[in-house]
Design a protein around this ligand. Sequence first.
Ligand SMILES: [Zn+2]
Length: 129
Amino acid sequence: MECDEYKMTGLKKKDFLLIIIVICAALVVWAAFTFFRGTDTGSVVVKVDGEIEAVYSLGENREVAINGGTNILKISDGTADITKADCPDQICVKQRSIAADHESIICLPNKVVVEISSDRESGIDASTN
Ligand SMILES: [Zn+2]
């Protein structure tokens, strides 16, 4: 038993170092992501029933009706938010606004998915400019 305890503390020290290294690496990656996001805005992908209905630039402030008006999407200051919906649960309205890559707001009753994508921005820029 004593041997096991000694092993445990040894492992914990190693784990602690590992955690610090992981945190440092994560910070570097996060800083790089923030830097790139600062120069390029991502896009907002709107999916209805699993199919892409529309793609908007995160950099352009606007308010759009999704799915024929069942959900209202508001894009402002680089964030996307559903401000109005006719669904009974209103979960999508209560969800916080999204801005980071792969974040999403989902309205299950209306089968609406709003997702942030930073990968398509070059295509979006070409179509909006
Ligand atoms: Zn909803």
